[in-house]
Design a protein around this ligand. Structure first.
Ligand code: A3P
Length: 273
């Protein structure tokens, strides 16, 4: 269904809610929260704090652009707004729907070594289960079926990036989408964020001053106007130990998908395979 995107701005004094200029589309566990937080260090960016799930959920999409706008942050007229919903990357409907909203929207995708992403995905579900007082399954039970890699396991599936990427590139020109290297963002956030600023035509503003390495957390945390903050404790969790022969199966499996992804996006990443 087509929706009218005009007159969907909502005013509060000098600040306005407007449809996002930038969408972080995924991938799940790629470092999407870190990317959003780091991007909001920039004075010209206003970020929606929660995941809106507008384009991947029929029920929400049917609420229309006015509802979507109401989920956006208040922003000055000169600010770009951004929202992140990692489920967009794997959603069949999201590319067309986002294009319909704004064909010149800027997309950000953050990817991570697919093997690490599987372990991170498992760890996320593990903690969700504990929270719901359920007993999580051991990772081996999910990764293996009859001694072979279980390709039906969602976490494995979601790490096969190229079919999803292909869908986005059928709708959006390659230069409307910037890929952030999630592994580099962990080790050297400034380098990745400078590339993001450049892609978004933002004045270079994010600097060394904005980051410090927190030894307790084992990750970089943020500094903004003298105020220090780390990401939530659910970001940067310990992953399960997996038997080397299972890791080997995972690595072997991702060899071909990774090659296809590199070819599709025209660059490589420093992954295990
Ligand atoms: P792990 O918890 O598995 O280490 P998402 O926000 O998309 O769910 O991604 C979560 C991942 O962001 C974390 O996965 C972590 O590795 C990564 N990350 C990147 N930079 C981070 C930072 N500065 N602090 C905490 N986690 C960070």
């Amino acid at each position: 269904t087509e929706q009218n995107t005009s007159e969907t701005s909502q005013n509060v004094g000098n600040f306005t809610r407007h449809l996002p200029d930038i969408v972080i589309i995924g991938v799940r566990k790629g470092g999407t929260r870190a990317l959003l937080e780091m991007l909001s260090l920039h004075d010209s960016v206003a970020a929606a704090q929660s995941e809106v799930h507008f384009f991947d959920s029929d029920a929400r999409y049917q609420r229309g652009f006015e509802w979507y706008t109401s989920q956006m942050p208040l922003a000055r007229p000169d600010q770009l707004t951004v929202e992140k919903t990692p489920a967009y990357f794997t959603s069949v409907d999201a590319p067309d729907r986002i294009f319909l909203m704004n064909p010149s929207v800027r997309l950000l995708l953050i990817v991570r070594d697919p093997v690490d992403r599987v372990l991170s995905d498992y760890t996320q579900v593990f903690h969700n289960q504990l929270q719901k007082h359920k007993i999580p399954q051991p990772i081996e039970d999910l990764l293996l079926r009859d001694g072979e890699l279980n390709l039906g396991y969602k976490a494995v599936n979601r790490s096969v990036y190229h079919p999803h990427m292909q869908r986005w590139l059928r709708v959006f020109p390659r230069d409307h989408l910037h890929i952030v290297d999630g592994d580099t963002l962990i080790r050297d956030p400034l380098t990745e964020m400078k590339k993001v600023e450049h892609f978004l035509h933002l004045e270079p503003q994010i600097s060394e001053e904005n980051f410090y390495f927190n030894r307790t957390k084992g990750f970089y945390c943020l500094k903004e106007q003298g105020h220090e903050r780390c990401l939530h404790e659910s970001k940067g969790r310990t992953h399960p130990n997996v038997a080397p022969e299972i890791l080997q199966k995972l690595c072997k499996y991702f060899q071909e998908p990774n090659r296809k992804f590199f070819e599709l996006v025209g660059r490589t990443f420093d992954w295990k395979v």
